[in-house]
Write a protein that binds this ligand. Structure first.
Ligand code: FCA
Length: 340
């Protein structure tokens, strides 16, 4: 009879413990069963462990681990030193590779060099490495969102909601919170801008403002500078590279007395705005949801097959996004396995 692995594992543990505890009962006793093969270990390193997006990626990776029988070592790596230390740790633990969303894409060559030395395979998730020549390192398997398309959908959603509310275009400004050092974020915000222009918003009313740090305070500060420069604008559309970029900007509009009636913000990720969408309407109208659990599952699965069977992952995999708003988020997030 073939026992499911779930049942077999505790049984083997019990058998091997029994074997160990009575080694000399009888010289003719059968040898203890061979020790259970150690699980293959894979790292999953993320730049911002505090961001729900990355916690959901970890959940997805652990689901893959449970399904295939490998161990996921989750590590937060907020800076370059932590990345290098994490790779050393993984090597010492006998891991076979890691998935990483790096804290700085320019660390690409250092990460791949160090991983090679340690015999670890690398898959990049979300933020694609930049090589010494300043170009994307397309030789490292990468999985991330379809950034331009998702940005365009965010821009389309803003334009649609603005038109539904019959906002006069000459009262509207667009606040675009950027973080151009990341190509994926650059593509998202550029996509949003193109869609807004295509929907008739004049380029002269579209204003970019750069985050210094990729978090709510970073975008709050960036947006505050912009809002201060344009006191004449009474209605704002807000977009940015992810949910935190839009959340910070919406908080900045509130600081200046603007409300859900005069601000429409659409984020990207869909994981970092759940509490916000549960609140009474705010200027944060919705978000382009991308499946973080799927990204975590798939990258871990690809790395596992590579480490175990030598099956190299595809060079570039992209994931889609869909709009969530206060009307549908509970239902969609449940369907995606993000809410229980
Ligand atoms: C980048 C952003 C994250 C998330 C991810 C898919 O790493 O910083 O918030 O959007 O891409």
């Amino acid at each position: 009879m073939k026992l499911p692995r779930r049942l077999l594992t505790p049984l083997l543990v019990v058998l091997s413990l029994a074997g160990c505890s009575k080694p000399s009962d009888s010289p003719s006793a059968p040898a203890a069963p061979p020790a259970r093969a150690a699980k293959l270990k894979l790292g999953f390193l993320v730049k911002q462990a505090e961001e729900p997006w990355f916690q959901f990626e970890w959940k997805g990776a652990e689901k893959a681990g449970a399904q295939y029988g490998f161990e996921v070592i989750k590590l937060g790596v907020p800076d370059g030193e932590k990345v290098i230390a994490a790779i050393d740790n993984l090597a010492a633990l006998g891991a076979k590779g890691f998935v990483i969303c790096t804290p700085d894409v320019r660390l690409g060559p250092a990460i791949t060099g160090k991983a090679k030395q340690a015999g670890l395979k690398v898959v990049a998730v979300d933020d694609q490495f930049i090589g010494a020549d300043g170009k994307l390192m397309t030789d490292v398997p990468y999985l991330g969102m379809s950034a331009s398309k998702i940005g365009e959908s965010a821009g389309d959603s803003l334009a649609t909601e603005m038109k539904r509310r019959h906002w006069p275009l000459d009262e509207v400004g667009v606040c675009v919170v950027t973080f151009d050092q990341l190509e994926t974020i650059h593509q998202r915000t550029s996509g949003a801008v193109s869609a807004l222009e295509a929907a008739g918003v004049p380029s002269a009313r579209i204003f970019k403002t750069a985050q210094k740090t990729q978090d709510v305070p970073g975008s709050f500060d960036a947006a505050t500078i912009l809002l201060t420069q344009h006191p004449e604008i009474k209605r704002w559309l807000v977009c940015g590279g992810n949910d935190t970029a839009v959340l910070g900007a919406v908080r900045a509009t509130e600081q200046r007395g603007l409300t859900a009636d005069t601000v429409i913000g659409v984020g990207i990720n869909g994981t970092d705005c759940i509490d916000e969408l549960r609140r009474k309407p705010t200027g944060f109208f919705g978000s382009m949801l991308v499946s973080a659990p799927f990204e975590g599952f798939r990258t871990a699965e690809l790395l596992y097959r590579w480490a175990k069977d030598g099956a190299a992952p595809p060079a570039d995999t992209r994931t889609p996004g869909i709009l969530i708003t206060r009307d549908n988020f509970e239902q969609v997030l449940k369907k995606e396995g993000i809410l229980p």
